[in-house]
Design a protein around this ligand. Structure first.
Ligand SMILES: [Zn+2]
Ligand SMILES: [Zn+2]
Length: 485
């Protein structure tokens, strides 16, 4: 049997629900901040990354998924998203449009390295880039946006590690000071750092093999900023203060490539236990010029989705269950197939997943298949129902069933929503057994507990308006759990 390629993986149901949830939350937030999606090709010319990501980096020297095509062109599967976004920006002369140009992207990226847990050869990222604006408020915006995304996903205790690495004006002096200081510690440095010390001393600062005390004693880039860089950094920090975004100055946060400028940041979640960053970003004012374009200040960040999904799974084990779409099953006979198809058209916006039996045998067999597929309710539409303009709604848990006018079926199927915040101050009044033919006792017991999440509350509001809910209420795994107790 043919297997998937080493270092790649399939994302299947039910886990794919988590991916959809994460991608949708992030994309919706990015759009709300005025960012537009950009989709660049998976394959690019190799020189795009050797020029931008840079020779001498691990990505370019060891990890690029590079290959010649049939005409001998040097192609690569994209290892990251920023360079391709900048390439597209220049290729379509978006620099002539009103700036800043603000993009978000998500998709597959590739690094040819030894696969290990959390590191795939094909991995997925979500990133944003704001091109054409140098204001520190732009840096604050991209940070504020990702904080919003992560808190909407339910991650708390978020904070930002931030640093400024200056620009062409002030960085040479800082590098020189760093070299001088490193020279006095040469014997204590790892082999790689002894080499980096001269050509790329900044990278010593994020070497995991060095003694933290030694690194802490080295000159700090923030002390060497020119007045423009210092002003930029202070305005960013005061904006973060005013937005109440917690941050920490981290002098060891650097980027080893020359086109990175000023702001460097990482977002940390204490939910992760160890102080591990969820994402990294920063300013890269010289990259577009480096790619042959006009001088264009820019800032952005990129986040690995594999890691975010696994963090969410660990933090919220019940999340996956709560994302499941309620399922119904349309049972019909030969003579009522068209009516059954029509019913499904009419229910397309309810948020339910509706299977329509296609094997066309007896109702008993169809109902058995409905249960096997995990359907909560069956919508039975036989000849009697068609004649009466109704549909029989059967709760597959309790077995109870009732006839509902076809025009009313859509309002009976409540749709699940994403919100999960408990809302209290609710009084369970005026909801009758008649309004909830299935599962009334369970629901009444649940109401007594006094708290409801907003999507349950919405269902209760429907009941208050006199709507009848067939198939009981839709609730998340978490609610079902507390229900059972
Ligand atoms: Zn080192
Ligand atoms: Zn400067």
């Amino acid at each position: 049997m043919i297997k998937s390629v080493k270092g790649t993986s399939d994302i299947t149901s039910p886990e794919v629900l988590l991916w959809q949830h994460v991608e949708k939350t992030m994309a919706t937030t990015a759009k709300a901040y005025g960012y537009e999606e950009i989709r660049t090709p998976t394959v690019e010319m190799e020189e795009l990354f050797s020029t931008s990501v840079g020779q001498g980096t691990d990505i370019v020297e060891k990890e690029m998924y590079a290959f010649p095509d049939k005409k001998g062109r040097h192609l690569v599967l994209r290892p990251e998203g920023t360079a391709a976004t900048c390439r597209a920006y220049l290729e379509h002369q978006m620099n002539l449009l009103p700036s800043p140009a603000k993009f978000y992207y998500m998709g597959s990226f590739f690094r040819y390295e030894q696969p290990q847990s959390g590191r795939k050869r094909e991995f997925h990222s979500f990133g944003v880039e704001a091109l054409g604006e140098q204001s520190p408020l732009q840096d604050a915006e991209v940070i504020d946006m990702v904080m919003t995304m992560l808190s909407r996903l339910g991650l708390s205790h978020l904070s930002v590690d931030v640093n400024s690495i200056g620009d062409d004006n002030c960085r040479p002096a800082y590098k020189e000071a760093l070299r001088t200081s490193l020279a006095t510690h040469e014997s204590e440095l790892c082999e790689d750092c002894r080499r980096r010390m001269t050509d790329n001393p900044l990278r010593v600062l994020d070497c995991k093999r060095e003694d933290p005390a030694l690194l802490e004693s080295l000159p700090k880039s923030a002390d060497y900023l020119c007045s423009d860089c210092e002003d930029h950094f202070h305005r960013l920090l005061s904006t973060l203060d005013s937005l109440k975004i917690p941050y920490r100055l981290n002098h060891r946060l650097v980027r080893g490539l020359d086109y990175y400028t000023r702001t460097v940041f990482e977002v940390i979640s204490e939910d992760l236990g160890a102080q591990n960053a969820l994402l990294g970003g920063g300013r890269y004012d010289y990259l577009i010029r480096h790619l042959g374009g006009p001088a264009t200040p820019a800032v952005g960040w990129g986040l690995g989705l594999e890691r975010l999904v696994s963090v969410l799974t660990a933090r919220y084990p019940e999340l996956l269950g709560s994302l499941a779409v309620p399922r119904g099953y349309i049972v019909h006979s030969d003579a009522t197939t068209a009516a059954a198809f029509q019913l499904r058209h009419a229910l397309a916006d309810t948020g339910w997943a509706l299977d329509l039996d296609v094997r066309q045998d007896g109702f008993g067999k169809q109902l058995a298949r409905a249960s096997k597929r995990g359907a909560r309710i069956a919508l039975i539409i036989g000849e009697d129902e068609v004649a009466a303009g109704t549909c029989t709604v059967k709760d597959l848990m309790s077995g109870s069933q009732t006839a509902v006018a076809l025009a009313d079926v859509a309002t009976c199927l409540v749709s699940p929503c994403d919100a999960r915040e408990p809302l209290d101050g609710f009084e369970p009044t005026q909801i009758t057994r008649k309004q909830m033919p299935c599962g009334y006792e369970r629901f009444a017991a649940f109401l007594k507990q006094g708290t409801l999440c907003s999507h349950l509350l919405r269902q209760v509001q429907k009941l208050r308006q006199g709507t009848t809910l067939w198939g009981g209420i839709v609730m998340s795994e978490r609610e079902r759990g507390s229900y059972a107790n």
